[in-house]
Structure formats: structure tokens, C-alpha cells
Design a protein around this ligand. Structure first.
Ligand SMILES: NC(=O)c1ccc[n+]([C@@H]2O[C@H](COP(=O)([O-])OP(=O)(O)OC[C@H]3O[C@@H](n4cnc5c(N)ncnc54)[C@H](O)[C@@H]3O)[C@@H](O)[C@H]2O)c1
Length: 450
């Protein structure tokens, strides 16, 4: 097959061209580079799409040979058995780029369920384990053992599982909140550093290109000094006592302090708000005043939270997270107001940023169409108007992590852009945020230092 590479396209297309070239060479295809300025823009667009389709086909063939791990990073998963929520999202997001193969698993505390899930996913039977401990020990001894583990179990088990894999020399990706207390999160951070292992925490939403663009704009002073941040994450799914239905496992464990930790709503989604604002603005919390409520009768943990914040340097903030907000699905959003302008973004419409600059008309920047800085732009996968969403954001975090791991395995040191994924430092900050919100709320919403 010959790949035709168009060398004269606009910013988005030339970036994509580099992707095509890389992928085509990777698969051993012949490259023909040409100047197609004589082609109509429509023809150039179709060339671009054809190349993407070829690559998607190649990826699908690769995905069907999922467990042919040759030349790929190998990963294992703890949690994510059939019927679980986020494990499957992780697997599909990793599969988007075909850079890693699932080669081991302990998908459940029940061995029959692990075997059933593993068989459906094409994992060799001798690499399906009854416990994560057995998996970490066995995989660390194999020459073809997993390079990293993905931990997608309920919150209370993250610490023990992550520590076990780190101790066995295996890199870790763990879902948020990292742990159920700050000391444990710090311990994981230190252990990963001591062992020289990579560790990512999947705060999914920072994987969106538009979020990364907002970050770069703020870093480059485009909206001046930040004065006020308003961010929220309302959902409706716990507006009724869903945890009373034992079949709703996600609701059962999230509202159970033994499995969820000291908070449900702030822990589950307020922590996404904290991480998002920390990532986009770089602001550090100085103190906060929080009010956590249990709106649904009989609920053991919070389902609605309002938090006021003072940041170092003088900016102020207001966060709201809620699981009783009828009409909202996963409505994470932020509005950031600076001395020279403002930026806002909504995860339910994640391809666009609203930008208001002093003295200018309000603009909407479109991912894939409008000029993005190089780094955020490098995460754009398809032309504008074809929506990218949750899977791609997740995939971006994994793709960056896997690239960094590949560099590390080859004896190199990943650079700043290659390390653009949430770390245990971010995870620990998130856990501290949860603890401080609960502390403040328990003290009648007093201001507490962060
Ligand atoms: N990043 C995000 O956007 C996002 C979204 C949803 C959930 N999460 C996080 O993902 C984690 C899992 O949430 P979920 O909704 O998928 O839960 P879930 O209940 O749907 O799935 C949990 C899975 O873990 C398995 N499990 C539990 N203990 C285990 C153990 N010791 N060994 C092996 N498997 C075990 C269960 O059998 C189940 O398959 C939570 O920490 C949650 O906060 C993150």
C-alpha cells in the first residue's frame, strides 16, 4: 500500500500528516510525499480522511489480535470485571491507539468472574489470577511480564493494590481518588519515586485538547491575572436512594464509607473539579470553607457540596458538586475570570472553549479548526465537527503515559510534554482536598488552611 502524504495543508492537517507518516512507516508502508496545493480543499479533506480510515482499519486488525503483544507495551488490569463501569472504558481508551496489549488480569475478587472476563477479552488463562497479590508477584517474575497495571477497583483498595505492584517493580495507572487518606497517597508518591516507576492517576477530563488549550492560554497570560474561578460538577444519578438496590453496585459502594472513604460526592466528582482547576490554572489552594450535605434521606455520605476557596496570590473560587441535580448528567464545567479576559468550558460540549477578551468580541474556539498551541493541538485526533469525547480524553492520558513508559524502557528520560498526565502528587492533592472539605464541613463550614 502507498500512503500519499499531503505536505501543504493547514495546521491541523500537517499535524495529522505527521501522524500518518509515523503510523505508515511503523506498518512498513511506502510513503509518497507530495504537494497537493493544486487540489481543491474538498479533495484534500478526503485525502486526509482516507488516510485516517486506513489507519483505523489497521488499528482494528491490530485490536482483533489484541493479545499479540509483540512490540507493544504489556498491561494488566485489577478490577473491571464484567458488569463493572470504568474498567471497560480504560480498555477501550487504551485500544484507541493500539500501543499496549492486555496480557494479564485479576478482574474481580471472584476467580470464576475473572476467568469469564479474561476469556472474553482473549487473555491467556495462565495469566488470570485469583488475587492482585498473586498477579503482581507472578508477573514481576516473568520475562514477558506486564509493564504496567491499571487499577480500576473501588477507592478503599487502591492503596494496597498500587503499593503491591510498585513493590514488585511494576509501573502503575490508578483511578481517582488515589487513596482514602492523604498519608497513603503520599506513601505511594514516595514509593514510585524511590523505585523510579511511572505512576498516573486517571483524572480523565484533563485529557481533552480544549482543556489543555485553556491551560496554555492561562500560562501565557492571555486572560491576565486570575481573579475568580467558578467550577461545578452536577449529576442527577443519586437524586433518589439508588444504593438501596443491591444490583446498583456503583451506587452501593460509593455511598458506603467503608468502601468509598469519608466522602461520596466530593470524593467522586468534587475531586475532578479540584484537579481540573489545579491543572488549568496552576492555582494553589490556601484555605477553604465547605458545606457538605446529605440530601437524600438515610444516605450515609454527602451527595451535595458547596465550597468557597482562597488561592495563594489572592484569587477566589467557588465549587459546587452534586449528585442530586436533576437534569445534569456529567456536567463538569469551569468559568475562569482574569484581569484581561475569561475562559469557560463544559465537558458535555468538550470540543469548544468560550473566550472573552477585554475589548474584543466573545469567541468560541473549536478543537481541530482554530489555532491551538502546539502541545494541546498535538492531541487533536480528527477534524473539527467530528466530536471527540470521553474515550479520546481517556485515550490521551494513556497514550502519553505509554509513550513516556516506552521512552523510559529504552533508557531515556521523558520530557515535560511526555509527562503531561496526572501524577500521585496530583492524586495526593486531591485526597487532601477531600479531607479538608470534610474537616471544614464538620466544623460548621469554618475556613480551614489547606
Ligand atoms: N476517571 C473517571 O472518570 C472515573 C469514572 C468512574 C469511576 N472512576 C473510579 O474508578 C474506580 C472504579 O469505579 P467503578 O464505577 O468502575 O466501580 P465498579 O463497581 O463498576 O467496578 C469495580 C470493579 O472492581 C472489582 N474489584 C473490587 N475489588 C477488587 C479486588 N480486590 N481485586 C480485583 N477486582 C476487584 C469489582 O469486582 C468490579 O469489577 C473508582 O475508584 C472510581 O472512583 C473514575
Amino acid at each position: 500500500m502507498i500512503f500519499f502524504l499531503d505536505s501543504c495543508m493547514g495546521q491541523c492537517y500537517s499535524k495529522c500528516t505527521r501522524v500518518h507518516q509515523y503510523r505508515a512507516e511503523y506498518y512498513g508502508f511506502r510513503i509518497k510525499t507530495g504537494d497537493s496545493s493544486d487540489l481543491s480543499s474538498m479533495n484534500r479533506f478526503f485525502l486526509h480522511i482516507n488516510a485516517r480510515v486506513c489507519i483505523m482499519e489497521i488499528n482494528m486488525i491490530e485490536a482483533s489480535k489484541n493479545n499479540n503483544a509483540a512490540g507493544k507495551i504489556r498491561y494488566g488490569m485489577v478490577g473491571g470485571g464484567s458488569g463493572a463501569f470504568i474498567g471497560e472504558v480504560h480498555r477501550k481508551a487504551i485500544g484507541l491507539d493500539g500501543k499496549a496489549a492486555l496480557t494479564a488480569g485479576c478482574f474481580s475478587r471472584s476467580l470464576p468472574l475473572t476467568l469469564e472476563t479474561g476469556e472474553a477479552l482473549g487473555v491467556d488463562k495462565d495469566r488470570l489470577y485469583e488475587s492482585y497479590l498473586e498477579m503482581a508477584e507472578a508477573e514481576s517474575k516473568r520475562e514477558d511480564g506486564i509493564d504496567f497495571v491499571s487499577i480500576v477497583t473501588p477507592n478503599n483498595s487502591h492503596f494496597m493494590i498500587a503499593r503491591t505492584f510498585l513493590e514488585n517493580g511494576i509501573h502503575v495507572v490508578c483511578d481517582k481518588p488515589l487513596t482514602t487518606n492523604y498519608e497513603e497517597a503520599e506513601e505511594l508518591h514516595k514509593l514510585a519515586e524511590e523505585k523510579g516507576l511511572l505512576f498516573a492517576v486517571t483524572y480523565t477530563y484533563t485529557g481533552y485538547p480544549a482543556v489543555k488549550q485553556a491551560r496554555e492560554m492561562i500560562k501565557n497570560g492571555e486572560i491576565g491575572e486570575i481573579r475568580f474561578v467558578n467550577a461545578e460538577y452536577p449529576q442527577e444519578w443519586l437524586a433518589e436512594p439508588a444504593e438501596q438496590d443491591p444490583a446498583n453496585k456503583q451506587a452501593v459502594w460509593r455511598t458506603d464509607p467503608a468502601q468509598s472513604g469519608i466522602s461520596n460526592c466530593v470524593g467522586d466528582i468534587g475531586s475532578h473539579v479540584e484537579n481540573m482547576i489545579s491543572y488549568v490554572t496552576g492555582l494553589e489552594i490556601e484555605s477553604l470553607s465547605a458545606r457538605l450535605d446529605k440530601m437524600v434521606e438515610g444516605r450515609k455520605l454527602d451527595d451535595n457540596a458547596v465550597i468557597m476557596l482562597n488561592y495563594k496570590g489572592g484569587a477566589k473560587g467557588l465549587y459546587w458538586s452534586s449528585q442530586i441535580a436533576w437534569g445534569h448528567d456529567n456536567d463538569l464545567s469551569f468559568r475562569i475570570y482574569g484581569s484581561e479576559g475569561a475562559i469557560s468550558w463544559r465537558q458535555e460540549n468538550p470540543n469548544y472553549l468560550k473566550i472573552a477578551k477585554k475589548g474584543e468580541h466573545v469567541k468560541v474556539a473549536s478543537r481541530g479548526r482554530d489555532d491551538f498551541y502546539d502541545h494541546p493541538g498535538s492531541y487533536v485526533r480528527i477534524p473539527s465537527g467530528h466530536p471527540e469525547g470521553y474515550f479520546e480524553a481517556f485515550g490521551n492520558i494513556y497514550s502519553t503515559f505509554i509513550d513516556a513508559l516506552t521512552v523510559k524502557k529504552a533508557g531515556g528520560t521523558p520530557d515535560e510534554n511526555q509527562l503531561d498526565f496526572p501524577t500521585p502528587i496530583d492524586g495526593a492533592k486531591g485526597v487532601r482536598f477531600i479531607e479538608k472539605c470534610v474537616e471544614s464541613s464538620d466544623k460548621n463550614s469554618s475556613w480551614v488552611d489547606f
